[in-house]
Design a protein around this ligand. Structure first.
Ligand SMILES: [Zn+2]
Length: 238
């Protein structure tokens, strides 16, 4: 091989290395989130709680806030247990109360499904109020106790429920801390907005690109990049 060719390969490797380094820096190091600080405050200092709670979405927003509480992890959050390469796909609302007592409501009119093996989760299909004609889904989870033996989903929606109409504001269940037994979590609702496949079924909500930024649906600054302080509030509320 000629010397020139070697130099070309070396240059290429340097550029590729720099690009990979820059990508990792942008995604793992150069993003901060203060969500874990707020969550620690919420968990360790109950006196702080009333000052962290969000009670409602904006008046003119299509979606109802599905539960009252402290919005701890934001959409696209990188705070633990997430990171820049594996971001949070929804919002986490931490209710103030005992397990199985903080109510969760349907965010919008739609058709509810609970798969046979879902102990703690329901999903609702909607006609997208922001882009009429498009089908989107809202996903609600952690509605059971830690080991999954007690579900906090209301009896109206047993496992196997398919396409049952619910109105905005329908009681779905109560906040729990079930997480598939993977690790301990504090009681909260994980809520996300999930895109549809071409056939109208829901996509895998655990993948960020399959989800939508909930901010415009609530009129609230819920995307990490909005850098909102807590409590999250509607801008038009004083
Ligand atoms: Zn979550």
């Amino acid at each position: 091989m000629t010397k020139r060719r070697w130099l070309f390969i070396l240059g290429f490797l340097c550029v590729a290395g720099l690009a990979v380094g820059l990508y990792l820096y942008q995604n793992l190091v150069n993003i901060d989130s203060d969500s874990n600080n707020y969550i620690a405050e919420w968990l360790n200092n109950p006196a702080s709680r009333t000052e962290l709670i969000t009670t409602h979405a904006c008046e003119d927003a299509p979606f109802l806030l599905p539960s009252t509480g402290f919005i701890g992890l934001l959409y696209r959050d990188v705070a633990r247990p997430y990171n820049g390469l594996s971001r949070h796909t929804g919002i986490d609302i931490f209710g103030d109360g005992d397990l199985g007592t903080v109510p969760i409501f349907a965010a919008y009119d739609g058709y509810l499904t609970r798969l046979n093996d879902w102990r703690a989760t329901v999903i609702i299909r909607h006609d997208d109020p922001l882009i009429p004609g498009r089908t989107i889904w809202t996903y609600y989870t952690h509605m059971a106790n830690l080991d999954g033996s007690v579900s906090f989903i209301v009896e109206d929606f047993p496992p196997g429920t398919t396409d049952q109409f619910v109105e905005r504001g329908t009681l779905l269940g109560y906040q729990g801390n079930y997480n598939g037994g993977r690790f301990d979590i504090a009681m909260h609702l994980h809520f996300s907005i999930v895109k549809s496949n071409k056939d109208g079924t829901f996509k895998n909500e655990a993948i960020l690109r399959n989800t939508l930024d909930p901010s415009p649906y609530f009129g609230l600054p819920l995307d990490l990049d909005a850098r909102a302080t807590r409590p999250i509030r509607c801008k038009t509320d004083s």
